[in-house]
Design a binder for this molecule. Sequence first.
Ligand code: SAH
Length: 238
Amino acid sequence: MEKDYFYDPRKRTKITSGSHRAALTDGYRHKGMRRKLVQLLQKKGIEDKRILEAIGTLPRHFFLDKAFEEWAYQDKPFPIAKAQTISQPFTVAYQTALLNIKKGDKILEIGTGSGYQASILSMLGANVYTIERQETLYLSAKKLNKELNIPRIHFYYKDGFDGLQHIAPFDKILVTAGALEKPQNLLQQLAIGGQMVIPIGDDVQVMYRITRISESQFSDEKFDNFRFVPFLEGIEKD
Ligand code: SAH
């Protein structure tokens, strides 16, 4: 079977590691833990082989602070800087599956966080435009991306509520923070036929997939419940 993945750990160039980062080495132990994680995701209902293979390939421990390296392959969300989290692998797989990613899709992600989800999208062949409101996270995700040499990801330090008007329309929009309501501005940046996957709700969020049927018509599908950090207005600087 031909592979569509563009991240090849053997082809990485010029690896340097920041002081708080886990060393960027990926050993047999990590690979073994990733295999187990993939088996667990399969048991939990993730079927898409391309997504499972991407999660099985990308070293998640590179995206966590060093203190949490041992936990990188549990199916749990984890703290990153600025009181934010890297999404649980199941949630990453779930949102990615709802997006039905095709090679060449133009995707807007709101909430770069660690950059892990954006990397998975890139490995599926998408062109990713990702926005983060926390400057620290924006800078570290961008730096790590350069070190790992994962292509087709464009990083923006901005308020995600504005989207990227000059790059729209997008085939897909993925929101990785919990929204209180549908962000109208972002819906307008979807291509006709395009889809947005977004968790909506206060304490607990329902996963929505919203399809733009025409210029003015949208349809909703609702899926399972999740808990995300909040989708907040404005940007934060260090
Ligand atoms: N996708 C991330 C996890 C995201 S956690 C990963 O793979 O690691 C949600 C992120 O959304 C947080 O980093 C938070 O700072 C960011 N966020 C919340 N509101 C935002 C907004 N208005 N614009 C951009 N990013 C936002």
